[in-house]
Write a protein that binds this ligand. Structure first.
Ligand code: ADP
Ligand code: MG
Length: 255
């Protein structure tokens, strides 16, 4: 894996918010096929780093490249079209559309570029897009819910739906910010299983995660942020029990 091509290159990124240094000279390479966890105490800069990667925030310094293409300065939908899919803490689905319609929308918005909700008709469901959406939902365990209203799904199933919506975009890179936050153990475990399927299919994944069970179940490598800086990086066994990491977490949870 250390010789796999670099998918995401984060080059000396800093970000200040009104004088507060949220990220300070962060360097990070994500290699094809790896699952890379970013961990660190609250306020470490994890979400800021992800936001810089998806075009939600401009870095104050430095740049981000996706397979050699500079992402810095691009709009979020453009970055999505280039192959970056994201799943954040709060499910972002269309609550009043059905499950399959949500997935069709994800395919269409990726294909069309600009995020333009389009009218999805029954006819579309017989189309290639409809078949692709249905097959992906079946595969990830939502086959019984195709025509249910998405807003009525359980929290765990909403997350599952979002993961289907990301995978149908066949992203070069999937970014997740605390995908199991607030979940019951059963839903967390189901999320781990889905991400493991993605991983086994060769997807490149960056996951910010608080739950160490999730981190150590999935991560090939781990980067630890504290106070906006990378304080440790390496294999899970190198991070576990690393004194710098343990110190950064003092007063929080155990690593
Ligand atoms: P994490 O996700 O690791 O908990 P964040 O990236 O959310 O940390 O935040 C890092 C720091 O930047 C925190 O001190 C936070 O208060 C600050 N911060 C984040 N977003 C903003 C913003 N939009 N405006 C001002 N300060 C922010
Ligand atoms: Mg965060």
């Amino acid at each position: 894996m250390s010789t796999s091509p670099i998918v995401l290159h984060i080059d000396n990124v800093s970000k200040t918010f009104a004088g507060l240094l949220a990220l300070s000279n962060v360097n990070l390479d994500i290699r094809e096929g790896e699952t890379h966890a970013i961990i660190g105490p609250n306020g470490a800069g994890k979400s800021t780093l992800l936001n810089v990667c998806i075009g939600g925030l401009e870095p104050s310094r430095g740049k981000v490249l996706l397979a050699g293409t500079e992402l810095t300065g691009r709009r979020p939908h453009e970055i999505n079209q280039l192959g970056v899919a994201r799943v954040f803490q709060t499910p972002e689905i269309f609550g009043d559309l059905t499950v399959i319609e949500n997935v069709m929308m994800a395919i269409l918005s990726h294909r069309d570029g600009a995020f333009r909700p389009r009218f999805v008709t029954r006819f579309d469901q017989q189309s290639d897009i409809g078949r692709t959406a249905g097959a992906a939902l079946e595969k990830l365990g939502l086959g019984d819910h195709l025509h249910h209203i998405a807003g009525a799904l359980s929290r765990g199933d909403k997350r599952r739906l979002e993961l289907v919506m990301s995978v149908v975009q066949e992203p070069k890179l999937l970014l997740l910010d605390e995908p199991t936050a607030g979940m019951a153990r059963a839903d967390t475990n189901a999320t781990i299983e889905i991400l493991r399927q993605f991983k086994d299919a060769g997807m490149t994944i960056v996951i910010i995660e608080h739950d160490m069970h999730v981190v150590f179940s999935l991560a090939d490598r781990i980067t630890v942020l504290a106070g906006g800086r990378v304080i440790a990086q390496g294999l899970p066994e190198d991070i576990k029990g690393n004194p710098k990491v343990v110190e950064a977490y003092l007063g929080e949870e155990q690593v």
